[in-house]
Design a protein around this ligand. Structure first.
Ligand code: NAP
Length: 253
């Protein structure tokens, strides 16, 4: 049973660090209860939980690999138990790997990147539909997929597999949005550009944003909070007639 007097619940995958953590903290400030997933950095996840609770909202952090359907099932069972509702899903968790030429990408790496970045969001969407859709007695909801400008640019010489996985996520956004538009669920996509987070270190170049910033029309990288604001605007009532759209947060690139 859900209670309409409760705060809305936002689930953010990969909410322990970077853009996801910024979205979690801003969501709490805007009045959401917050559930986040993470895979490895428990202390970062617990710090986000502490900040959400300090803002007066309820928080839940669950270790759930976006590439593991069983762990995702367990996460949603915990959400049903703890909150009994879900209003917003942010498919934010994403991975890339060492900058490489196309011919050097391993099969295992490509499988992992597609599993986390493209298939994981589809698994989360399946759970969200069953809880949000009017078809199943839900009250509706909103989903934001976090893609990347790389879906347009292709990331040559760095990680074309990552860029291709984001292309898949974008096509999924379009189909998902159209399939559930009449069932009370809006589905949109944010495309960050070069944002100051730890992600670039996992590609082997922690200082990447500063290296490329002259190629950005605004001549600077973005902050996680600047992406979080776009995500939460699309999530909320101000975007009530917007579905199936793509919002670039790239400084013009
Ligand atoms: P980040 O700083 O590396 O943080 C990644 C987050 O995702 C962490 O919370 C991490 O958890 C979690 N995560 C990683 N793999 C996961 C998995 N298999 N299952 C569940 N959670 C997982 O990344 P970010 O830069 O904030 O990126 C967030 C999203 O924005 C990604 O989808 C990324 O592709 C996209 N994006 C980022 C940029 C950029 O410049 N930073 C640009 C374009 C798009 P742990 O803390 O446990 O590791």
């Amino acid at each position: 049973m859900t209670d309409d007097s409760q705060a809305p619940l936002i689930l953010i995958t990969g909410g322990s660090r970077g853009i996801g953590a910024a979205t979690a903290r801003l969501a709490a400030a805007q009045g959401y209860d917050v559930a986040i997933t993470y895979v490895s950095d428990e202390s970062a996840a617990l710090a986000v939980v502490a900040d959400v609770e300090a803002a007066g909202r309820r928080a839940l952090a669950v270790r759930a690999d976006s590439a593991d359907p069983g762990q995702i099932d367990g996460l949603f069972a915990a959400i049903d138990r703890e909150f009994g509702r879900i209003d917003v899903l942010v498919n934010n968790a994403g991975v890339l790997a060492q900058q490489s030429r196309l011919e050097d990408l391993s099969f295992d790496r490509m499988q992992r990147i597609f599993a986390v970045n493209a298939i994981g969001p589809i698994l989360f969407a399946q759970h969200a539909i069953r809880r949000m859709s009017h078809r199943y007695g839900g009250r509706g909801g909103s989903v934001i997929n976090v893609s990347s400008a790389s879906a347009r640019l292709g990331s040559p010489n760095e990680y074309v597999d990552y860029a291709a996985s984001k292309g898949a996520l974008e096509t999924f956004t379009t189909g998902f949005a159209r399939e559930v538009a009449a069932e009370g669920i809006r589905v949109n996509c944010v495309r960050p550009g070069h944002i100051y987070t730890d992600m670039h270190a996992s590609g082997g170049e922690p200082g990447r944003v500063d290296r490329v910033k002259e190629s950005i029309p605004m001549k600077r990288g973005g902050q996680p909070d600047e992406v979080a604001r776009a995500i939460l605007w699309l999530a909320g009532a101000e975007a009530s007639f917007i579905t199936g759209t793509f919002l670039d947060v790239t400084g013009g690139k």
